[in-house]
Design a protein around this ligand. Structure first.
Ligand code: BJW
Length: 257
């Protein structure tokens, strides 16, 4: 049962839409038990501010601390499962030919739910790259050293994610901007809409005349601008929306890695 009614004009527009783009943030994984970026961390990490750990400076100052933070997050995500919000987006992908899923998340839960086309704007928690060569590294020899070293050049390895002040992957960003500029309906789901350039995407869609819909239990800087603000958890609102638009029988399909 959705905590808020799905607006009729949204249902009508979605049934007819050929191009839909969705931007997700940490909130979509909250109901899987993955902490959002700006909420208090737990346990060992409660005294650290994620915004201060996700920077090149933090890594240069204390690479071991930052590597271990990402290792802790990997472990939490391994224990998590995709939730009904992720699954509803898989169903949406199956219903709309021109569907683009853009995520700021690094947890890989959209793919684990079965989404095929995912533009990962901020990288992926489960990849590492060489700090000096900026190339992905898949395997490295066991060692006591944290972080481990690049087997080719001996430089430190770092998580293959995008930190503040770093460029987003150009191809993914270009595809996301194109999807936002051409979408008939654009969703901004579970993001505080504070971090650029991702936070610009809903505005690109608005300028191009899209219906822009936000799903979030809390207001954001985007809320006053959107066509519809659906206040509640994505894991409840998205399944209700998909069911109302396309009925209960939309297949979700299996999981991919
Ligand atoms: C629920 C829910 C439920 C809870 N259901 N919802 C223009 C203006 C000002 C600044 C800039 C600008 N352009 C660029 C900048 C600088 C900077 C920036 O944006 N700073 C701002 C903070 C002011 N941007 C950058 O540096 C970017 N690079 C760049 O622009 O390069 C070009 C350049 C270079 C040099 C100079 C100038 C330009 C890179 C940004 C990289 C962000 N990286 C991180 C870390 C990734 C790795 C990791 O995960 O560790 O990405 S930071 C962090 O924030 C992470 C997230 O993806 C991102 C967004 O967070 P998100 O997803 O919105 O999470 P939260 O926690 O903030 O919000 C969760 C929401 O969910 C809340 O609203 C809840 O209410 C909601 N929620 N439960 C639905 N059940």
């Amino acid at each position: 049962m959705s905590p808020c009614p799905i607006p009729a004009p949204l249902v009508t527009r979605l049934r007819a839409a050929r191009r839909v783009a969705v931007l997700t943030g940490a909130g979509i994984s909250a109901e899987s038990g993955v902490p959002t970026f700006r909420e208090a961390q737990t346990g060992l990490w409660a005294r650290y501010n994620p915004e201060e750990l996700a920077t090149p400076d933090a890594f240069h100052r204390n690479p071991k601390l930052v590597w271990e933070w990402y290792a802790w997050r990997q472990e939490r995500v391994r224990q998590a499962e995709p939730n009904p919000g992720h699954v509803a987006l898989v169903k949406m992908e199956r219903r709309i030919a021109g569907f683009t899923l853009i995520t700021q998340n690094v947890d890989g839960l959209h793919r684990r739910a079965g989404s095929h086309q995912v533009l990962e704007l901020h990288g992926n928690l489960f990849r590492a790259k060489c700090l000096d060569e900026d190339r992905p590294v898949e395997n490295w020899p066991d060692s006591e050293e944290i972080p481990p070293r690049c087997p080719r050049c001996g430089a430190l390895l770092r998580p293959d994610v995008v930190w503040f002040g770093e460029m987003l992957p150009a191809g993914a960003l270009r595809a996301a901007e194109q999807a936002a500029a051409t979408a008939e309906v654009f969703f901004s789901i579970g993001t505080s809409a504070l971090v650029y350039p991702a936070a610009d995407l809903p505005f690109t869609a608005l300028r191009a005349g899209a219906m822009v819909v936000e799903i979030n239990p809390q207001p954001t800087p985007l809320s006053s601008q959107v066509s519809f603000s659906l206040n509640g958890p994505a894991g409840e609102i998205l399944p209700a929306l998909v069911e109302q638009v396309w009925g209960a029988s939309v297949p979700a399909g299996g999981t991919d890695t």
